[in-house]
Write a protein that binds this ligand. Sequence first.
Ligand code: CP
Ligand code: NVA
Length: 324
Amino acid sequence: MPEAIESTKVNNKPMNFKGKDFIQLADFSKEEILHMLDVAVELKSLQKQGKPHPYLSGKVLGMIFEKSSTRTRVSFEVGMLQLGGHAIFLSSKDIQLGRGESIHDTAKVLSRYVDGIMIRTFGHETVEELAEHASIPVINGLTDLQHPTQVLADLLTILEHKGKLEGVKMCYIGDGYNNMPHSLLEGAVKVGMDISIASPAGYLPDGNITEQAIEAAKQTGVSVTITHDPVEAIKDADVVITDVWTSMGMEAETEQRLKAFASYQVNEELCKHAKDDYIFLHCLPAHRGEEVTAEVIDGSHSVVFDEAENRLHAQKAILKLLLD
Ligand code: CP
Ligand code: NVA
């Protein structure tokens, strides 16, 4: 039997995630997100000590990919293996979904074979539809609107480097109408971080997600700033984040985006306005010379490879909590 995980309760309240979906961070309370991070820390410690932790022995995760991936695919697959289970890579190019089989039927069929489904797709409604019809947990591995597993790993990385989340100021510069800033908005305000986002006109974050984040921020007493001014956004930031200017599926807009975001590059000049000990995060893949300079992403403030590693540990926590 694997060791018992200590973090089974938060504030003496038992947490029950079994059978739930993981679609967006707004669906979880502050305590639940902190609990996921606690479990991630414990699983990371077990793995670093070389202690087996087969909590998901015999369990199988189906992983549907309608878009490319390096980190998400490998970290989920390795995570399932380290937890004693197995993952099946299902490219939409190969399965019948890609030839027009419905999400409804795919959800019903996979629910008869596997214990959980991870999906990376385009429309956010596809994940919601899959979750509605599946009788097993569904995990969002990125949609056009949200990238919640990445942001859980980002929070873990910030916690490790800053020693806390509450009171930390996060800033995001670049494409605001994008999966990363949306999930960052939801995650940051829930755990008590101030967040500021700077994007050009026409690329601000989704209105509904912003409104909900502002409401959630009232509960935790933090600030949400949405601006066109990168200097205003980055001022005194502890954490500086950017993402690609052209996300997957937007390739036809590349030229227009290069122009729109030209003055939103994260470079050393801009980062002078952040705190002296700021950390730089990027979910990767990155385009050096576009959204970030090599000096920043390869410099001493960058923690992007710790962040990439933490995908493994954060997702193992999600898998354990949902499937165990
Ligand atoms: N950050 C991230 O999701 O990377 P992949 O696209 O390689 O999975
Ligand atoms: N915003 C990026 C994230 C890649 C992990 C995209 O959707 O392509």
